[in-house]
Design a protein around this ligand. Structure first.
Ligand code: APR
Length: 183
Protein backbone atom coordinates (compact mmCIF):
# COMPACT_ATOMS: atom_id res chain seq x y z
CA UNK A 1 0.00 0.00 0.00
CA UNK A 2 1.23 3.50 -0.82
CA UNK A 3 -0.22 6.96 -0.27
CA UNK A 4 1.13 10.50 -0.56
CA UNK A 5 0.79 13.03 2.25
CA UNK A 6 2.19 16.48 1.44
CA UNK A 7 5.60 15.78 -0.16
CA UNK A 8 5.95 12.37 1.51
CA UNK A 9 5.23 8.89 0.19
CA UNK A 10 3.97 6.66 3.02
CA UNK A 11 4.61 3.06 2.01
CA UNK A 12 3.63 -0.19 3.79
CA UNK A 13 5.37 -3.37 2.57
CA UNK A 14 6.19 -6.85 3.79
CA UNK A 15 9.95 -7.43 4.03
CA UNK A 16 13.24 -7.34 5.92
CA UNK A 17 14.26 -4.02 7.46
CA UNK A 18 18.01 -4.73 7.09
CA UNK A 19 18.02 -4.60 3.27
CA UNK A 20 16.15 -1.31 2.84
CA UNK A 21 17.71 1.46 0.76
CA UNK A 22 16.25 4.38 2.71
CA UNK A 23 18.71 6.88 4.20
CA UNK A 24 17.93 5.62 7.70
CA UNK A 25 16.41 2.45 9.10
CA UNK A 26 14.93 2.26 12.58
CA UNK A 27 16.01 -0.40 15.07
CA UNK A 28 13.71 -1.86 17.76
CA UNK A 29 16.33 -1.36 20.48
CA UNK A 30 16.44 -1.62 24.29
CA UNK A 31 17.35 1.06 26.85
CA UNK A 32 20.88 -0.26 27.24
CA UNK A 33 21.51 -0.29 23.47
CA UNK A 34 23.08 -3.71 24.01
CA UNK A 35 21.65 -5.53 21.01
CA UNK A 36 19.33 -8.51 21.19
CA UNK A 37 17.25 -10.77 18.93
CA UNK A 38 14.56 -9.82 16.39
CA UNK A 39 15.16 -6.63 14.44
CA UNK A 40 18.00 -5.62 16.76
CA UNK A 41 19.97 -8.83 16.20
CA UNK A 42 19.37 -8.72 12.45
CA UNK A 43 20.54 -5.09 12.14
CA UNK A 44 23.73 -5.66 14.16
CA UNK A 45 24.56 -8.82 12.17
CA UNK A 46 24.03 -7.13 8.83
CA UNK A 47 25.62 -3.79 9.76
CA UNK A 48 28.78 -5.12 11.44
CA UNK A 49 30.55 -4.19 14.68
CA UNK A 50 30.82 -0.42 14.22
CA UNK A 51 27.13 -0.01 15.14
CA UNK A 52 27.63 -1.77 18.51
CA UNK A 53 30.78 0.29 19.07
CA UNK A 54 28.84 3.54 18.55
CA UNK A 55 26.05 2.24 20.81
CA UNK A 56 28.65 1.53 23.51
CA UNK A 57 29.93 5.11 23.26
CA UNK A 58 26.38 6.51 23.60
CA UNK A 59 25.83 4.25 26.62
CA UNK A 60 29.01 5.59 28.25
CA UNK A 61 28.16 9.20 27.49
CA UNK A 62 24.45 9.24 28.38
CA UNK A 63 23.64 5.88 29.94
CA UNK A 64 21.73 4.52 26.93
CA UNK A 65 18.33 5.57 25.64
CA UNK A 66 15.15 5.87 27.75
CA UNK A 67 11.93 4.18 26.63
CA UNK A 68 10.03 6.40 24.20
CA UNK A 69 13.18 8.03 22.83
CA UNK A 70 15.69 7.39 20.04
CA UNK A 71 19.41 7.83 19.26
CA UNK A 72 21.36 7.85 16.00
CA UNK A 73 24.38 5.84 14.83
CA UNK A 74 25.92 5.22 11.42
CA UNK A 75 24.67 2.28 9.39
CA UNK A 76 28.00 0.43 9.22
CA UNK A 77 27.86 -1.98 6.27
CA UNK A 78 24.13 -1.52 5.70
CA UNK A 79 22.73 0.16 2.60
CA UNK A 80 21.17 2.72 4.93
CA UNK A 81 23.58 5.47 5.99
CA UNK A 82 22.10 5.73 9.49
CA UNK A 83 20.42 3.58 12.09
CA UNK A 84 17.93 5.25 14.43
CA UNK A 85 17.72 3.14 17.59
CA UNK A 86 14.22 3.62 19.01
CA UNK A 87 13.15 2.12 22.32
CA UNK A 88 9.48 1.14 22.44
CA UNK A 89 7.73 0.11 25.68
CA UNK A 90 7.44 -3.41 27.04
CA UNK A 91 3.71 -4.28 27.05
CA UNK A 92 2.43 -4.82 30.56
CA UNK A 93 -1.34 -4.66 30.19
CA UNK A 94 -1.82 -1.18 28.76
CA UNK A 95 -2.20 0.92 31.91
CA UNK A 96 1.46 1.89 32.31
CA UNK A 97 1.53 4.56 29.63
CA UNK A 98 2.47 2.07 26.90
CA UNK A 99 0.37 3.78 24.20
CA UNK A 100 1.97 7.19 24.75
CA UNK A 101 5.46 5.71 25.05
CA UNK A 102 5.03 3.88 21.74
CA UNK A 103 3.80 7.06 20.03
CA UNK A 104 6.76 8.87 21.55
CA UNK A 105 9.25 6.31 20.17
CA UNK A 106 7.91 6.95 16.63
CA UNK A 107 7.78 10.72 17.14
CA UNK A 108 11.33 10.86 18.57
CA UNK A 109 12.64 8.86 15.60
CA UNK A 110 11.00 11.24 13.12
CA UNK A 111 12.26 14.26 15.05
CA UNK A 112 15.83 12.92 15.17
CA UNK A 113 15.74 12.21 11.44
CA UNK A 114 14.46 15.71 10.71
CA UNK A 115 17.22 17.27 12.86
CA UNK A 116 19.82 15.38 10.80
CA UNK A 117 18.30 16.29 7.45
CA UNK A 118 17.40 12.66 6.74
CA UNK A 119 14.78 12.48 3.98
CA UNK A 120 13.77 8.80 3.93
CA UNK A 121 13.25 6.32 6.77
CA UNK A 122 12.18 2.69 7.12
CA UNK A 123 10.44 1.57 10.34
CA UNK A 124 9.79 -1.93 11.66
CA UNK A 125 6.76 -2.64 13.87
CA UNK A 126 8.23 -1.39 17.18
CA UNK A 127 7.42 -3.26 20.43
CA UNK A 128 5.32 -6.02 18.79
CA UNK A 129 7.86 -8.86 19.06
CA UNK A 130 9.82 -9.53 22.24
CA UNK A 131 8.06 -6.57 23.92
CA UNK A 132 4.61 -8.18 23.24
CA UNK A 133 2.60 -5.03 22.41
CA UNK A 134 -0.66 -6.17 20.70
CA UNK A 135 -0.17 -5.68 16.96
CA UNK A 136 -3.54 -4.09 16.04
CA UNK A 137 -3.22 -1.56 18.83
CA UNK A 138 0.44 -0.81 17.96
CA UNK A 139 -0.44 -0.43 14.27
CA UNK A 140 -3.12 2.19 15.02
CA UNK A 141 -0.71 4.15 17.22
CA UNK A 142 2.11 3.96 14.66
CA UNK A 143 -0.09 5.07 11.76
CA UNK A 144 -1.78 7.85 13.71
CA UNK A 145 1.53 9.21 15.00
CA UNK A 146 3.18 9.20 11.59
CA UNK A 147 0.17 10.70 9.77
CA UNK A 148 -0.08 13.48 12.38
CA UNK A 149 3.64 14.17 12.10
CA UNK A 150 3.42 14.38 8.31
CA UNK A 151 0.44 16.74 8.56
CA UNK A 152 2.51 19.13 10.65
CA UNK A 153 5.73 18.58 8.63
CA UNK A 154 4.51 18.20 5.04
CA UNK A 155 7.86 19.05 3.36
CA UNK A 156 10.33 17.21 5.60
CA UNK A 157 10.50 13.66 4.19
CA UNK A 158 10.40 12.12 0.73
CA UNK A 159 9.48 8.65 2.02
CA UNK A 160 8.42 6.92 5.23
CA UNK A 161 8.38 3.15 4.72
CA UNK A 162 6.97 0.56 7.13
CA UNK A 163 8.64 -2.80 6.61
CA UNK A 164 6.48 -5.47 8.20
CA UNK A 165 7.91 -8.94 8.63
CA UNK A 166 4.77 -11.00 8.00
CA UNK A 167 1.57 -10.82 5.99
CA UNK A 168 -0.76 -10.57 9.06
CA UNK A 169 1.27 -7.69 10.49
CA UNK A 170 1.22 -5.91 7.12
CA UNK A 171 -2.59 -6.37 6.96
CA UNK A 172 -2.94 -4.94 10.45
CA UNK A 173 -0.99 -1.79 9.46
CA UNK A 174 -2.98 -1.43 6.21
CA UNK A 175 -6.26 -1.64 8.12
CA UNK A 176 -5.07 0.92 10.65
CA UNK A 177 -4.02 3.34 7.92
CA UNK A 178 -7.30 2.92 6.02
CA UNK A 179 -9.22 3.56 9.24
CA UNK A 180 -7.31 6.79 9.85
CA UNK A 181 -7.82 7.93 6.27
CA UNK A 182 -11.54 7.28 6.72
CA UNK A 183 -11.79 4.53 4.09
N1 APR B 1 12.74 -6.95 9.48
C1 APR B 1 11.53 -6.41 9.81
N2 APR B 1 10.84 -6.81 10.89
C2 APR B 1 11.37 -7.78 11.66
C3 APR B 1 12.64 -8.38 11.40
C4 APR B 1 13.32 -7.91 10.24
N3 APR B 1 14.52 -8.40 9.88
N4 APR B 1 12.89 -9.29 12.38
C5 APR B 1 11.82 -9.28 13.21
N5 APR B 1 10.91 -8.39 12.78
C6 APR B 1 9.60 -8.02 13.37
C7 APR B 1 9.01 -8.95 14.41
O1 APR B 1 8.33 -10.00 13.76
C8 APR B 1 8.05 -8.02 15.15
O2 APR B 1 6.83 -7.88 14.43
O3 APR B 1 9.75 -6.80 14.09
C9 APR B 1 8.76 -6.65 15.10
C10 APR B 1 9.41 -6.20 16.40
O4 APR B 1 9.96 -7.28 17.09
P1 APR B 1 11.30 -7.20 17.97
O5 APR B 1 12.48 -7.10 17.07
O6 APR B 1 11.26 -8.32 18.94
O7 APR B 1 11.21 -5.76 18.71
P2 APR B 1 10.47 -5.33 20.09
O8 APR B 1 9.20 -6.05 20.33
O9 APR B 1 10.44 -3.83 20.03
O10 APR B 1 11.45 -5.80 21.24
C11 APR B 1 12.66 -5.14 21.45
O11 APR B 1 13.90 -7.19 21.58
O12 APR B 1 15.65 -7.84 20.23
C12 APR B 1 15.30 -7.27 21.44
O13 APR B 1 17.13 -5.80 21.91
C13 APR B 1 15.77 -5.83 21.55
O14 APR B 1 15.33 -5.78 23.89
C14 APR B 1 14.87 -5.33 22.62
C15 APR B 1 13.56 -6.01 22.29
Amino acid sequence: MEITLGQTKLVLIQGDITVQDTEAIVNAANEGLRGGGGVDGAIHRAGGPTIAEECRRIREERGGCPTGQAVLTSGGQLKARYVIHAVGPVWSGGSRGEDELLASAYRSSLELAREHGIKSIAFPSLSTGAYRFPVDRAARIAMRTVVEYLESHPDTFTEIRFVLFSEPVLKSYEEALNEILGK
